[in-house]
Design a binder for this molecule. Structure first.
Ligand code: FCB
Length: 443
C-alpha cells in the first residue's frame, strides 16, 4: 500500500474560511460578507468575520502543518484584503500578511502554493457585475500581476482558481453560494469570463514568476444515473460531465468548449478568447468528495438535476455519499479525457460529528475510514497509470463551511470557536503516519 516515491503530501485551506480578521488592517468586503449578511442564506447566521482567527494565529497553524509532515501548503489570497475595491488602491498591510504566510511556510521547510481566487470576490467588483462583466478578465489580470510581483520569487506553484465551476453554476445559477444569482444565462457568461481570466493570468504568471508552475483546480464529477433509471437517464451523463468538467478543462487542454455546449457559449466568446485560454498549464488540481448522481429534469435550464444517491451509501454530515470508487473514476476520467496530465489532488475529506472525549481528544474514526477508502481509490488510479503526484486533505482546520456555516467540520484539527483552541484529531495522527510512511498503514 505504498505511494510513489516523491509523492507530494500537502494540506489545503482557503482565506474566507479561516482568516477572520475582517475589520483588521484595511481589508475590503467580499461577496461572501454580503451573502452572509443576507438573512436566510447561511446556516445559523454564521459569517467569516472571525472564523479561525488565522489572520492572527497563523504561526500556530503553520506549526501544525509542519507537525503533520505536510510538504506543501495550498492557501488562498483574499482579493479584497490586498485590493479593497478590487482594483486601484493597494492595501499594503494585506500584502504583508501574505508575505508573512509565504515566508512562514518556507521557514518551516514547506512549499507555498497560493490560490488566487477561492470565491471571495471584492464586493466593489460585484457591484460592477462581477464575473458577468467581461472587464473582470483585466481586473483579475491586474490583481494577479500585483501578487506575482510581490510573491513570485518564493512560490513553487500558483493555482489560478479554486472550482470555477462552483462559482459559475452554484453562485450564478443555483444561487446557493455568493453572489446568489439564479440566472442560467449569466452563469454561462460568468463561466466564460472565469476561463478567460484564468488564461490571461497564466500569461502574467509566466512572465512575472517564471520559475513557478501554474495550475487550476476543478472538482471532477463523473455522473451516474440512479440505478432504477439507468436506461432512461444514461444519455444525460455526457452533458452533465461537459457542464461540470468540460466547460473548464476542454478550453485549457483542447482549445474549445465541448461540442454539446458551443451554442450556449457562442454569444459570450470573442475571437481570440479560446487561444488565450488554451495556454499550457503544469498540472490540474482535482477536488473530489462524493459520487454525483443525476436524474432527468423536464423543465429547467438543463435536462438533468442532482439526485439523491442510493440509500446503500454511508454519508458524511454534508449528506454526501462516501464512495472511494467515485474518486478513482474521477481520476481515470481526467487521464482519459485530457491525455493523462499531471494531477494533484488539492482537496478531499469529510465532515463528521466530532465529539471531544472527557480528555479533550477527538477520536474521529469516521474520518479515518473515509480517508482510508479514498486513498485506496487513489492508489488504484495510480496503479492503472494515472499521473497523480500529490494529495492534500481538506482541511487542516475545522472552518467556515460556506452556506453550511461552522456546524460542518472538515478539519484534521478541531477548533473550539469560543476559545480558538486547536486540538489535533485522531485523523491528524492517522494522516501524519500516512505521510511519514508514504503508505496506507494496515488495519
Ligand atoms: C469545496 C471547496 C472548499 C470546501 C470543500 C468542503 O468545494 O473548495 O472550500 O468548502 O468543498
Amino acid at each position: 500500500m505504498r505511494f510513489p516515491e516523491n509523492f507530494l503530501w500537502g494540506v489545503s485551506t482557503s482565506s474566507y474560511q479561516i482568516e477572520g480578521g475582517a475589520p483588521d488592517d484595511g481589508r475590503g468586503r467580499s461577496i461572501w460578507d454580503t451573502y452572509c449578511a443576507t438573512p436566510g442564506k447561511v446556516a445559523n447566521g454564521d459569517t467569516g468575520e472571525v472564523a479561525c482567527d488565522h489572520y492572527h494565529r497563523y504561526p500556530e497553524d503553520l506549526d501544525l502543518m509542519r507537525e503533520l509532515g505536510a510538504k506543501v501548503y495550498r492557501f488562498s489570497i483574499m482579493w479584497p484584503r490586498v485590493l479593497p475595491e478590487g482594483v486601484g488602491r493597494i492595501n499594503d498591510k494585506g500584502l504583508d500578511f501574505y508575505e508573512r504566510i509565504v515566508d512562514g511556510v518556507l521557514e518551516r521547510g514547506m512549499r507555498a502554493w497560493p490560490c488566487l481566487y477561492h470565491w471571495d470576490l471584492p464586493q466593489a467588483l460585484q457591484d460592477r457585475g462581477g464575473w458577468t462583466n467581461r472587464d473582470i478578465a483585466s481586473w483579475f489580470t491586474d490583481y494577479t500581476a500585483l501578487i506575482a510581483r510581490r510573491l513570485g520569487d518564493r512560490v513553487e506553484n500558483w493555482v489560478t482558481f479554486n472550482e470555477p465551476s462552483v462559482s459559475a453554476w452554484v453562485g450564478h445559477e443555483e444561487g446557493r453560494h455568493a453572489p446568489g444569482l439564479t440566472d442560467p444565462r449569466a452563469a454561462v457568461r460568468a463561466a466564460h469570463h472565469l476561463n478567460l481570466a484564468h488564461g490571461r493570468a497564466v500569461a502574467v504568471l509566466r512572465e512575472l514568476s517564471p520559475r513557478a508552475g501554474v495550475g487550476t483546480v476543478i472538482p471532477i464529477h463523473k455522473a451516474r444515473p440512479l440505478p432504477q433509471f439507468q436506461e432512461r437517464d444514461a444519455h444525460l451523463v455526457p452533458l452533465f460531465e461537459d457542464k461540470w468538467n468540460g466547460v473548464f478543462l476542454d478550453p485549457i487542454y483542447h482549445g474549445r468548449y465541448p461540442a454539446s455546449l458551443e451554442a450556449r457559449f457562442a454569444e459570450h466568446v470573442r475571437d481570440g478568447d479560446l487561444a488565450e485560454i488554451h495556454r499550457p498549464i503544469d498540472f490540474v488540481g482535482v477536488n473530489q468528495y462524493f459520487p454525483s448522481y443525476i436524474q432527468q429534469c423536464a423543465n429547467g435550464a438543463w435536462p438533468f438535476q442532482h439526485a439523491d444517491p442510493p440509500l446503500y451509501f454511508r454519508r458524511t454530515e454534508m449528506n454526501w455519499a462516501i464512495d472511494g470508487h467515485a474518486f478513482y473514476e474521477a481520476l481515470m476520467f481526467v487521464k482519459a479525457r485530457y491525455g493523462n496530465p499531471p494531477v494533484h489532488v488539492t482537496e478531499n475529506g469529510g465532515a463528521f460529528i466530532d465529539v471531544a472525549g472527557a480528555d479533550g481528544r477527538v477520536d474521529d474514526q469516521d474520518r479515518i475510514a473515509y480517508y482510508r477508502e479514498y486513498l485506496i481509490g487513489l492508489q488504484r488510479a495510480i496503479s492503472e497509470g494515472a499521473d497523480v503526484r500529490g494529495f492534500m486533505p481538506w482541511s487542516l482546520l475545522d472552518n467556515f463551511e460556506w452556506a453550511r456555516g461552522y456546524a460542518k467540520r472538515f478539519g484534521l484539527v478541531h477548533v473550539d470557536y469560543q476559545t480558538q483552541k486547536r486540538t489535533p484529531k485522531a485523523s491528524f495522527h492517522f494522516m501524519r503516519k500516512v505521510i511519514a510512511e508514504n503508505a496506507l498503514p494496515g488495519i
